[in-house]
Every structure is written in C-alpha cells, then in structure tokens.
Ligand binder design. Structure first.
Ligand SMILES: [Zn+2]
Length: 385
C-alpha cells in the first residue's frame, strides 16, 4: 500500500533527492508516487555509495558526451562500483506538499484549509464535515524519526476545542508521550499508511483505506451530540401519557426537572435535549425560550409586540427577555414545540392557542427561578412582580 511512500518521505532529508534515490524504495508504486515528486531544474552532484562507504565516498557524478552520466567513487581503490546513469536518474525531484495534501483532503472528504502549513512539519489538511455546522479538523505531520514531534509542536492543534486527528508518517515520528497528550485534548494519532491506499487509474491519487464513517467513528460520535445519538425520547412515559401529566421545573437556568404525575423528577441539562450550541457551548434559543415560557407561568406570546399574556402585562424584565425572540419568533416557537414532542415522545402539540398567548399544556413551576432572582440581576427571568 502506501507504507513505502511515507517511509521514503521520512528517509529523505528536505524531501528532495535524485530520481534514482526516490525510486530505490518506490519502484513498486512509482506511477502513483511520482505525481507528488515533480522534477526540479537541479541535478545531483553526488550519488550515494553502498553503506558504509569509504572516506572518499560518495560517488561523484561525471558527465560524458551526449547524455551519458557516470557516478564514480572517489576512493583510490575504487571501493564502490561505478554506475552508468541517465540524466533522468540524477534529476532532483522534490515533494509537492500542496498537491500531496490536496489529494489526501480529497480522499478523506475534507474541506481543504486556506492556511496549509502550521509549523515546520505540521500541516492543516482540512475539516471533515459530518452535518451542517459540525466538523472537525485533520492535521498531518511529515516529521521523521530523526526529529520526532514533541508536545510543544502540537500545542496549537486543540485550539478550536473540537475533536481532531493527527496523521503521521509513522508512530516513530512522534515522541512516545504525544499520543496521550493529544488524547487529553480530544486528538487522535493515526498513521497515513493505515488511512490511505493508492487509487488505481485514472487518477492514481489516494483512496481511503476504509469507509470514512468507520475511520473517523470516534470523532463523529463526539460531535453527534445527544440530539442525534438518542433517536428516541429522553423519558420513558406510559402509552397514552399527555402533556398535562408532566410538570416542568427549572431548578436553575441550565437544569430542568420534569416529573410525571407527581413521581420523582428526571433531571435534564441542555445537552440531553439537544439544546446546547456546539460552537459556544451555551444553551440554544429553544432552551431559553422554554425557560422564558416557564417564567411566564407556562405561556408564550402569540405575536409581537407583546401587550398582555393571559390578560396581564408581563413584568418589564420579562418583556426585555422576550424581545430577544422577536426576530423569527413563530419559527422558533414551532422548533421548540417539535423538540419537546421528539424529546418526550408525545405526539400532540405541547401548546394550545388562547386569545393572547400560546398556553403550555404541561404544568410549570417557576418558583425556583423567582427565588434565585436576588443574585441574577442581569438575567432576571422572574421580573418585578
Ligand atoms: Zn564509494
């Protein structure tokens, strides 16, 4: 597969050498490998002698008339055999990083990044998207076992607070403590050889060695979140359960207790109801709308501007909070209703229409929110009632 390719990249300092040198280990995959090893205008002046060689080694390149080239050992006793070569053999080829990583990105279904190079040996290959707005980065390193990556080289990789993958040429090319260091930051080290094979004609680029859902399963699972991981309801209710059987109590702004017919409550945080924003880790607008609904005694406005709810003018603090939801309000309320139906497995709409409001069919208890208002002046859900 591609193992020889990565090993050869590790072996060749500066990723530039003559064609003969590159070919020595890549003969079996040369048609695939050479697309990443374009010819330069330079030619080798020296050709390696068989190891260990003498003090006058390695062999000098001597050009003869025509295209004939000979590599001759400088050792007086001609320690090493002279080689007959061609111009092509001594042409310097240099690894094309940009093309290499563009093809890796294509094989692993990554959106290529703009800033490719992160450090002397680390590259930002691209992001793998699993759903709208959910993706994780994939990095690659071309460090060699001569100068393996250390912790200081990978400090930046967890900066986006997302799971990530670091592809390496071999496990010898990272210091032994790096994998654990990255794991603590949700990073995983994989070798390029285990992820990639060479594709056959016509493109002769790379192909993923296994389905991407399998290859990236740990990262995908971390990003999937409870809303997709738990396909079913978050609470098991008996058949025929209705919204009026449930009581919603916010113990604090990010903890919702739900009890069924007076039984001990189940405790939910935004993650469990799929109501946490992946980007900033804060509760979503749906969660805050539900919280506002409870603070309003189980009601939400029909429309804006809000005058009365259940015949009463809401407190000024609540009106200010409601104003956050004015843009696209009806859509947000529908999303909340749909999320509640999915989370609790009750098919009827959780709200009924009244004259001046949508009334929640579930019961609410906002007393804990009211008690907390003294130390929550800037987000006072209870208002001034
Ligand atoms: Zn020699």
């Amino acid at each position: 597969m591609t193992l020889a390719f990565w090993k050869t990249i590790e072996r060749i300092p500066g990723h530039a050498s003559d064609t003969r040198d590159w070919c020595a280990d890549l003969a079996a995959c040369w048609t695939n490998a050479k697309r990443y090893l374009p010819e330069t205008s330079r030619y080798a002046e020296r050709i390696d002698c068989p190891w260990p060689g003498g003090e006058n080694c390695p062999r000098h390149v001597v050009r003869h008339k025509g295209a004939l080239v000979r590599a001759v050992c400088g050792d007086p006793g001609r320690l090493c055999d002279a080689l007959d070569l061609t111009q092509e053999d001594i042409r310097i080829r240099e690894l094309d990083h940009r093309k290499l990583f563009a093809d890796i990105a294509a094989a692993l279904d990554l959106v290529p990044s703009d800033g490719l190079q992160l450090g002397s040996h680390i590259f930002n290959v691209g992001d793998h998207a699993i759903a709208a707005g959910r993706s994780f980065p994939v990095f690659a390193s071309l460090a060699s076992p001569r100068t393996p990556l250390g912790q200081v080289d990978v400090l930046e990789l967890g900066r986006r607070n997302l799971p990530f993958v670091l592809l390496v040429t071999s496990l010898m090319a990272v210091e032994s403590n790096v994998a654990a260091f990255l794991a603590a930051r949700r990073g995983r080290v994989l070798t390029l050889a285990e992820c990639l094979g060479f594709a056959t004609a016509p493109r002769k680029a790379f192909a993923a060695s296994m389905p991407l859902a399998e290859l990236f399963a740990p990262e995908i699972a971390q990003l999937a979140g409870p809303s997709e991981a738990t396909a079913g309801p978050v609470m098991v209710l008996p058949a025929g359960a209705r919204w009026g059987d449930l009581r919603f109590t916010f113990r604090e702004e990010a903890v919702l207790n739900v009890s069924f017919r007076g039984q001990p409550p189940a405790r939910f945080e935004p993650d469990q109801l799929g109501m946490r924003d992946e980007r900033n880790r804060k509760p979503t607008r749906q969660w805050r709308l539900l919280l506002t609904c409870c603070a309003l005694g189980g009601a939400l406005p029909r429309s804006f501007p809000v005058r009365t709810i259940k015949g009463q003018q809401p407190a000024s603090g609540l009106l200010r909070i409601l104003a956050q939801f004015e843009r696209g309000y009806e859509r947000q309320r529908q999303l909340l209703a749909a999320a509640l139906k999915a989370n609790f497995g009750i098919d009827e709409d959780p709200f009924s229409v009244r004259d001046d409001c949508y009334e929640a069919k579930f019961l609410v208890d906002a007393s804990a929110l009211r008690q907390g208002r003294g130390d929550q002046r800037d987000r006072n859900f209870a208002g001034n009632d």
